[in-house]
Design a protein around this ligand. Structure first.
Ligand SMILES: Cc1cc2nc3c(=O)[nH]c(=O)nc-3n(C[C@H](O)[C@H](O)[C@H](O)COP(=O)(O)OP(=O)(O)OC[C@H]3O[C@@H](n4cnc5c(N)ncnc54)[C@H](O)[C@@H]3O)c2cc1C
Length: 435
């Protein structure tokens, strides 16, 4: 029986594990945390189609609730644009989501080793052979036919791969979203509509902040695009003070969260497979580049990966796994290449331009709704924003280079090799990297 190693209990890895175990594979997930520690200490916005797309039953309705009514506010704070309610948007507690997908994986026969710290990949000059880990005070080498890397954006497996795999080890600083999130207790019951307010370039910081007003607590997220550097203590303190001044019912008491995390917000990594290796989820940078949503995409990717392996009789060579990369890219990731460019564009502008966009309705309610969640932003809308901004921007070489490369996009979308061939795939990867 083929032995599958899932490195890290990322969402896509668990979905892949579930399907592979159901198909009779011997699957073990190695995770550094304990089972009850899995999942961030907050709720997430997600689309229930994540379950349909990843071919797992939707959870019982008691496990999630409807999403809140959302509005976007400009940096000056004088314009608030309400966006249409997205029908499928639901809010699910991350720990509840984990509880649900782990129980499905258990039933399917997936084995879990918790408290196992993976330190890197095992390989020879032909393939990835397994993982090295530290468990119960001992180092161990675990060998298998396939390593599914679901260990997140700083995956120690991906970062230790040999250069010959040509897999990007680190996520570029400009493609990291630095995020602080905490729930603060309200001093009195609160009922504000729209209850979910997204502040663009709040306090002129390139990024997004949100406040979600629940009856007894306020969920505050502060996000900064990595091109502008790390989110500093000072920025967190001043943004929180500003919200507490605007909404005096927000107390200093943190009821959940209260930490800084990073999310990858670039386009999918150029190469995500090797002989005996496939990355899924944040490890492969599978998110919506503007806002960092990644649950839906990583779960879908897990399903595509499992299906590819099963349909190819358990083969785990690069040629077979390339079919997974190709299918994920053409079905889901390709639409986000342009969104990643739009995110890059926003790192060149300042708050006054964002004010102008909202004042002139260039960033309309329809477009803002597109950027939310997993909905695709139409290419023509992106070019429209850029054309409106161009006369107001000093066109530095950095901006020109950022967009010049887009001329290659149609050919990259059209020419992704159907079958794995070293030369053709290398040429495709090089062209994709340049966008
Ligand atoms: C503040 C914040 C808010 C977010 N909100 C949303 C949202 O509303 N909607 C949405 O769709 N997405 C949201 N996301 C993004 C989402 O969390 C990810 O895109 C999604 O979880 C996919 O990531 P993953 O499962 O691949 O990786 P991760 O969630 O990073 O999981 C990786 C797993 O690997 C384990 N691991 C890491 N290193 C090791 C090691 N050395 N040894 C063993 N195990 C290891 C980790 O412990 C973890 O369990 C948010 C992220 C953050 C940080």
């Amino acid at each position: 029986m083929k032995k599958i190693i899932v490195a890290g209990a990322g969402h896509g890895g668990i979905v892949a594990a579930y399907h592979l175990a159901k198909a009779g594979y011997d699957v073990t997930v190695y995770e550094k945390n304990q089972r009850e520690e899995l999942g961030h200490d907050w709720h997430d916005y997600m689309d229930m189609t994540a379950f349909d797309g990843s071919d797992i039953p939707r959870p019982d309705e008691s496990l999630y609730r409807h999403g809140a009514h959302q509005a976007f506010r400009n940096p000056k704070g004088n314009i608030k644009i309400e966006v249409a309610y997205k029908d499928d948007a639901r809010v699910m507690d991350r720990k509840v989501l984990y509880g649900y997908i782990l129980s499905l994986a258990d039933e399917a026969g997936v084995k879990f080793v918790f408290g196992a710290e993976i330190t890197g990949a095992l390989f020879d000059n032909r393939r990835i052979l397994g993982i090295k880990l530290f468990n119960d005070g001992k180092t161990e080498n675990i060998y298998g036919d396939l390593v599914i890397d679901a260990a997140g954006m700083y995956s120690p497996v991906r970062r230790s791969l040999p250069a010959l795999c040509d897999i990007q080890r680190d996520i570029a600083q400009k493609d990291i979203f630095h995020v602080y999130r905490a729930y603060f207790r309200n001093s009195e019951p609160v009922n504000i509509e729209p209850s979910y307010v997204m502040d663009l370039f709040h306090m002129n910081r390139p990024g997004l902040d949100w406040t979600i007003f629940e009856e007894d607590y306020t969920d505050i997220l502060l996000g900064k695009f990595g091109a502008a550097g790390e989110l500093t203590e000072e920025e967190i303190k001043s943004a929180l003070e500003s919200y507490k001044k605007d909404y005096p019912f927000i107390t200093d008491e943190i009821v959940r969260g209260g930490c800084v995390r990073d999310i990858p917000i670039g386009k999918m990594l150029p190469m995500i497979v090797a002989n005996g290796y496939a990355a899924v989820g944040d490890s492969a940078a599978m998110t919506v580049p503007l806002n960092g949503s990644g649950i839906n995409l990583s779960m879908n990717a897990g399903r595509i990966l499992a299906r590819t392996v099963i349909e190819n009789g358990g083969k785990t060579d690069k040629g077979t796994l390339w079919k997974y990369q190709r299918s994920y890219f053409l079905n889901l990731a390709k639409d986000y290449v342009l969104v990643a460019k739009l995110k890059d564009f926003f790192t060149f502008v300042d708050g006054s331009l964002v004010d102008y966009f909202l004042e002139e309705n260039i960033l309309s309610a329809e477009l803002l709704a597109c950027g939310n969640g997993d909905i695709n932003i139409p290419a023509k809308q992106i070019f429209y924003i850029i054309s409106k901004a161009a006369p107001l921007l000093k066109l530095t070489p950095a901006i020109v280079n950022n967009f010049k490369s887009l001329v290659n996009l149609p050919s990259v979308l059209k020419n992704m090799p159907e079958e794995y061939d070293d030369e053709k795939v290398n040429a495709w990867v090089e062209a994709y990297k340049k966008i």
